[in-house]
Design a protein. Structure first.
Length: 106
């Protein structure tokens, strides 16, 4: 079953580039995930329909709010590692997504 991942940054632009790189990497690795990017203002509208919410490193100040929303919805969550985000490392993000989905939150 396809896992739905939502990447979130301030306005959705940088997470859009990150999502595109990860989609490309996931396709090459044959990993069954669907990755979308949105702005942080859209988290609460989408948290119920995803398997994993990942926020950009510069939004880590929001982690308590994200944690509350995700725990109520039964959705896993995490912060995209800075080294992955900063270099738009699609393979690194797919690896992080896979590890996060298999493990616990964060």
């Amino acid at each position: 079953m396809t896992k739905k991942i939502l990447l979130v940054c301030g306005a959705g632009a940088s997470s859009g580039f990150m999502a595109a790189a990860a989609r490309k990497a996931a396709k090459k690795q044959n990993v069954d995930i669907e990755i979308k990017a949105k702005s942080e203002s859209e988290i609460s509208n989408n948290v119920d329909s995803i398997d994993l919410l990942l926020i950009a490193p510069h939004l880590k100040y929001m982690i308590n709010e994200v944690q509350d929303l995700c725990e109520k919805a039964g959705t896993k969550y995490g912060i995209i590692p800075q080294r992955v985000y900063g270099s738009l490392d699609g393979n690194g993000l797919v690896r992080f997504i896979t590890e996060t989905l298999q493990g616990g939150t964060e």
